[in-house]
Design a protein around this ligand. Structure first.
Ligand SMILES: Cc1ncc(COP(=O)(O)O)c(C=O)c1O
Length: 375
């Protein structure tokens, strides 16, 4: 079976972990500081703050920008659930706008209409490793004085021209095992704002200013030395991993283009292919089953728009959709909450294996089996 994800951990990571275990310093220490510095260098930001998970990174980023009850955060409903849940966790309201049909990323043309006096932030997601249109989102954030918090959990070292994602606003990254680089579990926040970084450092460590003196009711969301030691090695390999993903994606697109809609990367955009996602216009789930039977595992990222998840449907006051009622289209029941492109994507997307551990044979099998279904 060709797996949809395959973390690549080698002897360097194992040796780095053993060195940490032998050192006796297991929690946040020198390895974390080195990892932070190197990650900030990679992103071109002044600061990077290591955190326990990507979800915790998003949550603390919202808190560090003073977002809380009564505030609204504009985001996408076509993402992993954590993107929206953290907005609820700080007591604010997620406002979902639709996505672009070709990139699956938040549509900047729809963001401005969603802004109200309560809006405090825009939270775009660089979905599948493909950067959002950050020039336009950056401009909107500036004009309306909003925080820009990037969910870059799937987009390590993705770029627009020379700018790395996570450097346009406050960037949040995940190092979950399936990601382009991993620390087992882990997260990072990048920022150019020293006061935001200082608040994050307090919040992740119980609000501790000096030993046993606490200026904030913070949390324990620290990274361990073991995670950071793995992260340093993985960061050294990130370019190689990403280049292999890009090369695998190029191979798949060369052979599948014309038979099925394949991923797009705009000129000047570096898509790092956390996922390689095609659009299957009909019977997507049947395709997934048939590919599985033929030895190719696939993923559906994501089968339900976040506002359709049971917890969100339970209480419609938890979120807002912009525009509020669906316009005439073929996808939605006009009486229902609906973002047409989001709904359509949730029905049609299918991710194929693209990870750097794929062999040439694996790639040929994928195009052969997908090609058979296309005919
Ligand atoms: C888009 C997105 N946001 C947030 C997260 C949460 O990251 P983590 O699993 O590290 O908490 C993930 C990862 O799963 C993700 O893909």
């Amino acid at each position: 079976m060709i797996s949809i994800a395959h973390p690549l951990i080698g002897s360097e990571e194992q040796e780095a972990v053993l060195r940490v275990l032998a050192s006796g310093q297991l929690a946040q220490g020198e390895q974390v500081a080195i990892f932070e510095q190197r990650f900030a260098e990679m992103c071109g930001t002044r600061e990077a703050v290591a955190i326990s998970t990507g979800t915790a990174a998003l949550y603390l980023a919202l808190l560090a920008h003073n977002i809380g009850p009564g505030d609204e955060v504009i985001t996408t409903a076509f993402s992993f659930i954590a993107t929206a849940n953290v907005i609820l966790h700080v007591g604010a309201t997620p406002v979902f706008v639709d996505i672009e049909a070709d990139t699956y990323n938040i549509d900047p043309a729809l963001v401005e209409a969603a802004i109200t006096p309560r809006t405090k932030a825009i939270l775009p997601v660089h979905l599948y490793g493909n950067p959002c249109d950050m020039q336009r989102l950056e401009q909107l954030a500036k004009i309306h004085n909003l925080a820009l918090i990037e969910d870059a959990c799937q987009a390590h070292a993705a770029k627009i021209d020379d700018r790395v994602v996570g450097s346009f606003g406050t960037g949040c990254f995940s190092f979950y095992p399936t990601k382009n680089m991993t620390t087992g579990e882990g997260g990072m926040i990048t920022t150019n704002e020293p006061d935001v970084a200082a608040k994050l450092r307090l919040l992740r460590n119980h609000g501790q200013h000096t030993r046993y003196y606490h200026t904030e009711p913070g949390y324990n969301m620290r990274m361990t030395e073991i995670q950071a030691a793995i992260g340093i090695v993985q960061l050294n390999k990130l370019e190689q991993f990403n280049e292999q993903r890009i090369s695998n994606a190029r191979f798949l697109t060369t052979h599948l283009r014309g038979s099925i809609p394949t991923p797009i990367a705009r000129p000047g955009y570096r898509h790092v292919y956390h996922q390689y996602t095609i659009r299957v216009p009909h019977n997507r789930d049947q395709w997934a089953t048939m590919l599985h039977e033929r030895g190719v595992s696939t993923g559906v990222h994501y089968p339900l728009p976040i506002y359709q998840q049971p917890f969100y449907r339970e209480s419609l006051s938890r979120f807002r959709i912009s525009p509020p009622v669906s316009t005439v289209n073929t996808v939605c029941d006009p009486s229902d909450f609906c973002l047409p492109e989001t709904e359509l994507a949730a029905q049609q997307v299918l991710s194929l294996p693209v990870h750097p551990a794929l062999s040439e044979d694996n790639l040929f099998t994928i195009i052969q089996e997908v090609g058979t279904l296309c005919n």
